[in-house]
Design a protein around this ligand. Sequence first.
Ligand code: HEC
Ligand code: HEC
Ligand code: HEC
Ligand code: HEC
Length: 210
Amino acid sequence: MNEMQKHSISILKVFAILSLFALTMFATENQRVVDELASPMPEIPLKKAMGDKLYNDAINSGEYNYVGNSKCRLCHRNFFVGRKNDPHDHAMESLIPSKNEKNSHCLTCHSTGHRIPSGFVDMEKTPRLSNVQCEGCHGPGSVHIELAKDKTKNDAKGFTGGGFLAGAGNLQVLKDICASCHTKRWNNSYHDFNKAYNSYKKADPNAAGN
Ligand code: HEC
Ligand code: HEC
Ligand code: HEC
Ligand code: HEC
């Protein structure tokens, strides 16, 4: 066996190992999807985080409505810098390979407010609420915007936000909503939860991840 042959054999070996690795990755990813589809419909993440009573009271009041990122951008432009690198902003794309992009089961965690009145329905009716947007974590923003508009008219500096079902006034709900989507099955981010959580405190979400 000359040097050339030895060389090509080792390249083949590396290639074989790499393909095996890729196949295993693919199989594990598929297995999670198979397992998910075999499980009961997931609970609505916001409802799970808030508890039935708080959630029902808030949503039945009809005041809390999803408005979509374009509204948030009007006042929080800085929070959109680097947003394209946030995996939440690409959550719907992940449903395409397994052809589940219209599956309500998956959309419960991969879009904004699905199965909640005024939340994501489908790409035809509510394209402005696709992916996990600002309101996917903070909850519907209509009350917040009403408060923000009033306050900015009078006293912008004294305004402390508010009006969120999962925000500064409800930090525990905000923490719990992460866990409501990032369940045991979908738990990649739990390598370092605090780091991932804290990366959202600042305007630049580039650091999201591990
Ligand atoms: C009319 C302007 C305006 C719009 C529109 C707006 N906000 Fe705000 N928001 C504010 C102001 C002002 C504050 C207070 C900032 C401060 O106190 O430093 C604030 C604070 C916040 C806070 C922190 C306070 C809390 O209760 O958690 C969050 C989160 C937030 N906004 C998210 C959003 C999201 C999500 C949207 C879109 C649904 C949005 N905002 C739309 C003006 C606005
Ligand atoms: C993955 C969940 C998640 C998403 C998506 C998200 N946020 Fe937040 N946001 C958080 C967390 C967590 C905090 C920090 C809460 C705390 O203080 O512990 C936060 C805090 C904030 C604050 C308050 C910052 C401060 O200085 O107190 C604002 C304003 C805000 N987010 C706006 C937005 C806007 C606008 C978007 C959409 C572009 C957005 N968020 C998307 C989770 C999220
Ligand atoms: C309970 C909430 C939840 C449900 C239901 C859910 N997902 Fe996810 N999914 C997540 C979370 C959270 C992540 C990111 C963390 C992770 O990968 O473990 C994720 C990640 C993924 C990824 C990996 C993305 C990547 O590129 O790394 C794929 C693919 C995916 N989901 C497909 C699906 C499909 C298909 C369904 C429906 C059969 C589904 N998911 C249902 C929460 C969910
Ligand atoms: C509405 C459901 C939902 C909520 C709420 C949510 N996530 Fe996610 N998250 C997802 C999905 C879906 C993905 C995968 C996106 C993709 O790649 O398709 C993801 C991806 C991630 C990732 C990157 C992938 C990984 O697992 O490493 C991190 C980190 C993350 N989320 C952290 C958080 C934190 C922290 C919170 C709470 C502040 C939060 N998420 C709230 C659904 C959610």
